[in-house]
Design a protein around this ligand. Structure first.
Ligand code: ZN
Ligand code: ZN
Length: 341
């Protein structure tokens, strides 16, 4: 089959690889839709020891399609079923899994290979993190299951209540998905981004009030002014930049919650105003990845259109378009690119 294979940082090749066959407990999914992701851009630049422990591997991790072959012993999926699959599966046995936090599984199994004509999904993933799709939902929409599950998890960590104000730093696809989820829960959503093609795109989607951080010398001051001087009940970083983590803390009001959703480069640190964290009882929480439950909830929201992220698909290409698509993403000239093998 044709596939886009990651051989190491900067080395992505469009090549011919063997068509996958399912081993025991495995299934093969013929990919109908794959989506580009900011993580792909980061991984292509510097590699990813957790998500991609071995190279070469077929790249890409957001997908939906139909089952073309089923291995021995598989009982929950049949040939012809339409499915969305997460890009990981927890072990179900470690301490974190036992405590109901499978996103923190000590043995999370990651799966890559959305940018190919087909993918073999390992037995553990088939058992825990493959979700059936109804006939009516389009594959392109269903492929949002994984990033949307991350956004649902982030909003869950924020303990968002109706009527609260949420400030989201970052106007990439995940900042937008977080905004969509928050807006669907009747929050006032303010999205902070930087001037450019993407911010114009986001404004047109009307997900949130948009603030251009480059148009004001002091974004924190501007955001405090927009929230009656008090700051927001909830702030979320979706940029993965330490200086923005600090802005997120500074923008939260008394008793507020700050969600660190964007992962920063290894070794980075931030400084904290200890007085505020203590006397204003700020809650500082991390948010990482997703759980099988969040994946199921994401698929359900997509199928019912309770959440509709279609507007984030700004381009559509074939497999040969993956490299140019990721270049567009890196330049901030695409939100999400739909790849149809
Ligand atoms: Zn992703
Ligand atoms: Zn586990």
């Amino acid at each position: 089959m044709r596939a886009v294979v990651f051989h190491g940082p900067g080395d992505l090749r469009y090549e011919e690889v063997p068509w996958p066959t399912p081993g025991r407990g495995e299934i093969v999914v013929r990919i109908e839709a794959a989506l580009t992701c900011g993580t792909d851009v980061k991984t292509l630049r510097r590699g990813h020891p957790v998500m991609i422990p071995r190279v070469p591997t077929v790249f890409g991790h957001e997908l939906a399609g139909s089952v073309s072959a089923v291995g021995a012993g598989v009982t929950n999926v049949r040939e012809g079923d339409r499915v969305a699959a997460a890009n990981s599966a927890p072990c179900g046995e470690c301490r974190s899994c036992g405590h109901g936090r499978p996103n923190l599984c000590e043995d999370l199994l990651f799966v890559n290979g959305a940018y190919g004509e087909a993918i073999a999904l390992p037995a553990r993933l088939v058992r825990r993190n493959v979700v059936h799709l109804s006939r009516r939902v389009q594959a392109a929409r269903a492929a949002f299951a994984e990033p949307l599950a991350c956004a649902l998890g982030g909003i869950e960590r924020a303990r968002l209540e109706s009527g609260q104000t949420v400030v989201i730093f970052g106007h990439g696809p995940l900042g937008c998905l977080l905004g969509l989820v928050a807006a669907s829960r009747n929050a006032r959503v303010i999205l902070v981004g930087k001037a450019g093609w993407r911010l114009e795109q986001v404004k047109q989607l009307k997900i949130a009030e948009c603030v251009d951080a480059t148009a004001t010398p002091d974004p924190v001051q501007a955001l405090r002014a927009m929230t009656g001087g008090r700051g927001a009940e909830i702030t979320i970083d979706a940029t993965g930049r330490p200086e923005v983590w600090e802005q997120a803390i500074a923008t939260a009001g008394r008793g507020g919650t700050v969600v660190f959703f964007g992962g920063c480069a290894p070794g980075t640190t931030v400084s904290l105003d200890t007085r505020r964290v203590h006397y204003e009882e700020l809650s500082l929480v991390g948010a990482f990845h997703h759980t099988p439950d969040l994946i199921r909830r994401a698929v359900e929201s997509l199928e019912t259109s309770a959440l509709n992220p279609d507007g984030l698909l700004t381009h559509r290409m074939g497999l040969e378009g993956v490299r140019p698509a990721l270049d567009l993403m890196a330049r901030g000239e695409a939100m999400k690119v739909l790849i149809e093998p």
